[in-house]
Design a protein around this ligand. Structure first.
Ligand code: SF4
Ligand code: MG
Length: 321
């Protein structure tokens, strides 16, 4: 089974500029040599602390970020360096839902225009059909059709995220990158939005890349999970495998930080992580996690562990379990 999307040895670096002549003083290695396959119909959870590069991967997938190296292959077509015009038919297939729906919705436009304009621009619907399509989209995300006359500021946070979702599904995508779609919302609203996303996934046969900094939301919605640390994937596996048998010390730490509903079910040997996240402009030699890892040994400081390509893989010289 060929993956829907293949990320091959992807590198996305950002220049750090300093001084009055904007001299390049270094590079933030936001995504540093990452390979990942995403399969049709799955939800791949991408989890890690802020600054680990997870949003940058998401933005590279939908071509909001240009990689320095590596390839992105969608349905066997290399889309890495295509221009926006060449990409136009493909772009509709790769959509994104943002963390803050307010800043991603034009405040001066009514909901009708926010939803109808992309449909017209991409010739998804004929002019005569736009009204019916907008009604249908609002219905699909659980909003009354009267809301199309409102402006974004007249909606609650959860309602605005429903509009963000409606806009993403309107172009009939195959894959949606959901970048922390519930982290800005009240806890009471989060489950509703996650349920909506998983209902739409079934109905529309969508594939999701679901980005989060905590393992909670990822646990709820993902079928597979990739854990990131300082621009690298440190562990990848099915959700159940990863929860049952985390192999990388960092994954274990993330799981321990996630409050289990039943405290007696929590891991007895909690490991404590010390120190701040190092700078990704100048990541530690060897294993990037070695400055914080409770199991660090001499080899870890010298030699960078590789992820490998088994179904459940960890980039660690001394995996747990
Ligand atoms: Fe810890 Fe060493 Fe494994 Fe890195 S390679 S996670 S430092 S045990
Ligand atoms: Mg982010």
């Amino acid at each position: 089974l060929a993956p829907l999307l293949q990320i091959e040895r992807l590198k996305v670096y950002f220049s750090i500029r300093k001084g009055i002549f904007s001299r390049i003083a270094g590079h933030v290695r936001a995504v540093d040599d990452i390979s990942l396959d995403i399969f049709e119909g799955e939800t791949l959870g991408l989890v890690g602390e802020s600054g680990c590069g997870k949003s940058t991967i998401g933005r590279a997938i939908v071509r909001l970020e240009e990689p320095q190296e590596g390839r992105i292959v969608f349905r066997n077509a290399d889309i890495t360096h295509r221009s926006l015009r060449q990409l136009k038919p493909l772009r509709t297939k790769l959509q994104m839902i943002f963390q803050d729906p307010y800043s991603s919705l034009n405040p001066r436009k009514r909901i009708y225009d926010i939803l109808a304009e992309p449909l017209a621009a991409h010739r998804i619907a004929a002019k005569a059909d736009l009204q019916r399509r907008v009604n249908r989209l609002l219905d699909m995300v659980g909003l009354p059709s009267a809301y199309q006359n409102r402006y974004p500021h007249e909606l609650s946070g959860g309602q605005r995220q429903r509009i963000g979702i409606a806009r993403a599904i309107s172009l009939e995508p195959s894959l949606i990158v959901c970048d922390e779609p519930v982290s800005a919302l009240d806890v009471s609203i989060q489950a509703q939005i996650l349920n909506l996303l998983s209902d739409l996934q079934k109905e529309l046969k969508l594939t999701y890349v679901f980005i989060a900094h905590g393992i909670g939301a990822v646990n709820y919605i993902s079928t597979r999970i990739a854990v990131m640390y300082l621009g690298k994937i440190v562990e990848v596996g099915s959700r159940d495998e990863l929860f049952r048998n985390p192999k990388h010390p960092y994954t274990k730490i993330l799981l321990d930080a996630y409050p289990a509903p039943d405290p007696t079910k929590r891991s007895k040997q909690r490991i404590i992580v010390e120190g701040d996240v190092p700078n990704s402009a100048n990541p530690p030699q060897g294993c990037r996690f070695h400055t914080r890892c409770p199991y660090v040994q001499e080899r870890c400081r010298r030699e960078e562990p590789q992820l490998g390509n088994s179904g459940h893989a960890a980039a660690c010289h001394f995996p747990l379990g």
